[in-house]
Structure formats: C-alpha cells, structure tokens
Design a protein around this ligand. Structure first.
Ligand SMILES: C[C@@]1(CC(=O)O)C2=NC(=C\c3[nH]c(c(CCC(=O)O)c3CC(=O)O)Cc3[nH]c(c(CC(=O)O)c3CCC(=O)O)/C=C3\N/C(=C\2)[C@@H](CCC(=O)O)[C@]3(C)CC(=O)O)/[C@H]1CCC(=O)O
Ligand SMILES: NC(=O)c1ccc[n+]([C@@H]2O[C@H](COP(=O)([O-])OP(=O)(O)OC[C@H]3O[C@@H](n4cnc5c(N)ncnc54)[C@H](O)[C@@H]3O)[C@@H](O)[C@H]2O)c1
Length: 243
C-alpha cells in the first residue's frame, strides 16, 4: 500500500461516453447552432425533438426535418415541452433570445433535466467537446470552456498523429476481442482473456495493429489463426500470422 496516493487535481469535468440511444433530446431553436447540436446527439442515436418556428430554420435543420431524422414542433418554446409525452432526458438551447434561453436553463435546473445553454457556460450542466469521429473511434477534446478554437486545433493535431485506418483498427481489434470471448467464454477466465489481448496490443503497437487491420479486412478467416496462440498464451509476431 502506498503511503500517500497522488492527489486528485480537481477543477476539471467528468468525461463520459454518454449512452443516449433512444433517449429524448429537446433542442430549442433551429438555426446554426441547432444544426450542429442535431448532428452531435444523432451520432449517439438519440431521439431528437426540435422546437422552432419555421421562419428561423437553418436549411440543414429543415432538411433533417424533411427526411424524418428529427421531430419538429413549428412554434416557439412552451414550458409544457419539458413534460410532453413522458418528458425529456436532455435539453439543448440554441436560441438567439438570450433571456428566454436563460429562463429555459433555469426551468431545466428546477426539473433536474441536464441542460446545455448555448453561449452561457455557467448555465451548462455539460459542455460539448471538439470531436474526431472515425467509425467506432471517437476522440473528444475539452478545454473546460477556456478555448473552443484551441479544442478544435488540438483535436485535429491528435487525429493527424493516428494511423489513417484507426477507425477500422478499432473495429477489427474489437472483432478479435469478441473472438477471444468465444474461444474462452468462462467469466472466471476474464483475467487470462484480458491479459492476452493487452499483450497482443502492446507487442504489435498501433502501426502493427494497422497492418493487421488491412489484412483482416481482406480475409475474415485470418483471426482464427490466432486461436492456437491464445490457447497456449503466446503472442505471435505479425510475421507469424500475416499472409
Ligand atoms: C467544441 C465545440 C463543440 C460544439 O459547440 O459543437 C464547442 N465550441 C466549438 C466551436 C466554437 N465555439 C465558439 C467559437 C469561436 C472562437 C472562440 O470563441 O474560441 C468556436 C470555434 C470555431 O467555430 O471553430 C464560440 C463560443 N463557444 C462558447 C462560447 C461562450 C463562452 O465562451 O462564454 C462562445 C462565444 C465566445 C465569444 O463570443 O467570445 C462556449 C462553449 N463552446 C464549447 C464547445 C464549450 C467549451 C468547449 C471547450 O472547452 O473546449 C462551451 C463552453 C459550451 C458549449 O457550447 O458546450 C466546437 C468545436 C468545433 C470543432 O471542433 O470544430
Ligand atoms: N453561430 C455560432 O457559431 C454560435 C457559436 C456559439 C454560440 N452561439 C450562440 O448560440 C445561440 C444561437 O445561435 P445561432 O447561430 O444558432 O442563431 P440563429 O439565429 O441561427 O438561430 C436561432 C434560432 O432560435 C429560434 N428561436 C428564437 N426564439 C425562439 C423560441 N422562443 N423558441 C424556439 N425557437 C426560437 C429562431 O427561430 C432560430 O431558429 C446564440 O445565442 C449565439 O450567440 C452561436
């Protein structure tokens, strides 16, 4: 046991990968910011309700309404929007009416509905982050409200440092992980499974896994060739398993 653990540095945010699939997200406003918010929450397969009068709709928002990607209430916000059809799980305001935006923020706080109020960090229960998306890979950067443009630049720099097939790599290494669970389904063997997968990741490295990915994408049976190595708890070099 350590005499003293590293002190925790507070003042940050709790970063989570929020599972919002089929949850109801109310977006108030239908302009520029709303258009971006819709994309952010639809990535998580949320059910989106937009409340905004037709006169102020951004063409992207209009298109998503026309395509049935979001539900639309063609009017200004009413307090009852927070209660209708069993209530909502999250609210995002994207209005050009600052006072009304703040009022909605306070209402959500009263009702304990998580809320993001565009342009008013103090009223946000959570901030959005600058995001890189590549299939199952998501990388998000926060500066905790200090510099959104800086978030964007750091995110771009991080993404550029990755192998170009990083998203596929996450996908195919996930396939390998699923295979290992099939090979050794017993829950008490979890430590063996995790230990072997970790050793493979470390031995191959990111660039090795990227090479594996290109080969596995061409030949779906390749993964089965790893089973004897798993069974004997050995980690093969790529040369031993690539065609
Ligand atoms: C990540 C991203 C996600 C998204 O919004 O989707 C995002 N802002 C993005 C872009 C961006 N926003 C703004 C600019 C102009 C340049 C600049 O101001 O720097 C740029 C740059 C650009 O457009 O390139 C204006 C702005 N933003 C906020 C304020 C209010 C304030 O600061 O008080 C003002 C008005 C400032 C003023 O008027 O002076 C506040 C917030 N913006 C946040 C997120 C949260 C903190 C994120 C963090 O800490 O990193 C937070 C706190 C709340 C929130 O919105 O959740 C997205 C990156 C998109 C990408 O990656 O491409
Ligand atoms: N545009 C940006 O890049 C940006 C970036 C950060 C923050 N913001 C802030 O976010 C807010 C929204 O910006 P925007 O560019 O999307 O504005 P916008 O003018 O494009 O859109 C505002 C939308 O709100 C709707 N609206 C107004 N009152 C409403 C009400 N009572 N109920 C429902 N809908 C209502 C309008 O009809 C319109 O659809 C502003 O406060 C802005 O300062 C904008």
């Amino acid at each position: 046991m350590a005499d003293s653990y590293t002190p925790v540095e507070g003042g940050g945010s709790l970063l989570l990968a929020w599972q919002i699939k089929n949850k109801k997200v109310l977006i108030v406003g239908g302009g520029n910011v709303a258009a971006q918010r819709i994309v952010s929450v639809k990535i998580g397969d949320a059910q989106v309700i937009v409340v905004a009068p037709e006169s102020g709709l951004h063409h992207e928002v209009k298109q998503r309404i026309d395509h049935g990607e979001v539900t639309w209430r063609n009017r200004t916000f009413q307090d009852a929007d927070l209660e209708q059809e069993g209530g909502v799980d999250m609210v995002l305001t994207a209005l050009d009416d600052h006072e009304e935006s703040l009022r909605i923020g306070h209402l959500c706080r009263q009702k304990r509905i998580p809320v993001n109020v565009a342009d008013v960090p103090d009223m946000c229960d959570f901030y959005f982050m600058s995001q890189h998306r590549d299939g199952p890979l998501q990388i998000a950067v926060s500066t905790n409200g200090r510099g959104p443009k800086l978030s964007n630049m750091i995110r771009t720099t991080v993404a550029q440092a990755l192998p170009p097939n990083a998203g596929d790599m996450v996908y195919y290494m996930g396939e390998l992980r699923a295979k290992v669970r099939q090979w050794e389904p017993k829950i008490e063997q979890s430590a063996k499974r995790m230990g072997w997968v970790t050793k493979v990741c470390e031995a191959w490295g990111l660039h090795g896994m990227a090479r594996w990915t290109d080969a596995a994408a061409k030949d779906s049976t390749l993964v089965d060739g790893l089973k004897p190595y798993f069974d004997s708890n050995q980690v093969p070099t790529l040369e031993m398993v690539l065609p």
